[in-house]
Design a protein around this ligand. Structure first.
Ligand code: FAD
Length: 393
């Protein structure tokens, strides 16, 4: 949609059509940011993006950066509200505001919207011939494929864009769900289901740190969720033998945590282990720490804690580990890790190097961003650049 709007701004006389396989355009936008649409992030730069060649995003982000996004949406009615870590949402708190604003602008610019599930494309001398699943054919001089990846197919992006690109000679990397929940053995996490805790999450492969991120971690019946889990999930794509370790008191080094536990052991010596962690960590998490440290019964008096137990519990608070058995699938993922090879496109125009007049934008590329507005920013930046360059050509 952003590509079509920008093409309309660039050449008001252009005949622009958006083909959409769902009953209405932009359905996914309604689900973003928990229904509030975190449409960009004030801190977005190339370091927030991943893929085989993350530097591909640089040119688009420079030409259509964060201020451009804020102004673009402000001009079509979306006033920003800044929240933690630079996240921007519509001030009204409704994702539908972003979609409505884009739809209104498309209508004002006279952009056609056609319900068509495009299933084949071929290059002709003058442009591209498209066919939809109902058998209807369409023609366009320049084509922008912004069909998303495979994430959340119920919202429209079912991976069919990759088939269209393959048929035009492009190559697609391996595809994995990303920004997605991690699965762990369920015996322990089930008892923690529903607990949210602040912490620093580290993902390890045979003791090698793959990445760390802090924030709210949510325990579920299948494993772990929450922003740090989403951000680290890409490291789990296609990998086995991983461990997720939670530092429940990342503000304090191990020695301090030990001292805190020792002081509590003295102050709370009249209680049992049932109440020992209350006020420090979530009670159910505390029970697991006690059990893992070797305390079989929570009726154990706190005064029975010795140095060895205190050190074990302090270490567990600093590193509460869970085996990672995989990630949830594309149905639950926010984005796709992998996509069309960026080396086959110009970062300055988004045009294909293999097929003149073909452009791509958004998640279909082998590019994805951190959780927090970065993926939509990429969709706006790449889409607007592609829209302008396609209209100028
Ligand atoms: C639940 C959820 C929450 C998210 N929250 C955020 C957030 O708050 N902030 C953020 O930055 N990112 C968020 N994301 C990620 C972000 O939504 C995507 O990265 C972004 O929408 C990608 O934009 P896109 O235009 O490339 O693809 P999409 O938004 O997926 O749009 C592709 C469109 O193409 C259509 N299409 C696909 N194939 C065809 C075909 N063959 N013929 C015709 N039409 C076709 C689809 O129906 C769809 O409408 C979230 C994702 C999900 C799933």
């Amino acid at each position: 949609m952003a590509a079509a709007v920008e093409a309309g701004y660039t050449d008001p006389s252009a005949d622009i059509t958006v083909y959409e396989r769902m009953d209405r355009v932009g359905k996914k936008l309604l689900a973003t940011g928990n229904g509030r649409c975190n449409y960009t992030n004030l801190n977005a730069d190339v370091r927030n993006y991943y893929g085989r060649m993350p530097s591909f995003v640089k040119s688009a982000l420079e030409r259509y950066g964060i201020n451009d996004t804020v102004n673009f949406f402000n001009n079509i009615g979306v006033f920003p509200r800044e929240e933690e870590r630079g996240k921007l949402y519509p001030f009204s708190g409704q994702a539908s505001a972003v979609l409505d604003a884009l739809r209104n602008e498309l209508a004002r610019l006279g952009v056609n919207i056609v319900n068509a599930d495009i299933c084949s494309v071929s290059k002709t001398k003058k442009g591209f011939r498209l066919t939809d699943r109902a058998g209807s054919g369409y023609f366009c001089g320049r084509l922008i494929i912004a069909a998303g990846g495979c994430a959340s197919p119920s919202l429209g992006s079912n991976g069919s864009g990759f088939d269209l690109l393959r048929s035009l000679g492009h190559h697609i990397t391996e595809l994995h769900p990303a920004l997605v929940q991690l699965k762990t053995p369920t015996d322990e996490v089930k008892s923690l289901q529903g607990i949210k805790t602040e912490g620093m999450l580290t993902l390890l492969s045979e003791n090698k740190v793959l990445g760390s991120d802090s924030g709210e971690i949510l325990f579920t019946d299948y494993g772990l969720s929450g922003p740090p889990v989403f951000n680290l999930s890409v490291f789990a794509a296609g990998r086995k033998g991983l461990t997720a370790a939670i530092d429940l008191m990342s503000e304090y080094p191990l020695r301090n945590v030990y001292d805190i536990l020792e002081n509590r052991a003295q102050a709370l010596s009249h209680l049992t282990m049932e109440s020992y962690f209350t006020g420090l960590v979530n009670k159910r998490i505390g029970n697991i720490i006690a059990r893992r440290a070797g305390i079989e019964k929570l009726s154990l008096p706190v005064k029975a804690l010795d140095k060895e137990l205190l050190w074990k519990m302090a270490s567990l608070i600093k590193q509460l580990s869970f085996e990672v058995t995989g990630t949830k699938g594309f149905a639950n993922a926010q984005v796709t890790a992998g996509g069309v090879f960026t080396s086959e496109f110009s970062p300055d125009t988004m045009e294909s190097k293999l097929c003149s007049g073909l452009y791509c934008a958004g998640e279909i590329y082998d590019i994805y961003g951190d959780c927090g507005g970065y993926n939509l920013q990429w969709a706006w930046s790449s889409g607007r650049l592609a829209g302008r360059c396609a209209a100028e050509k």
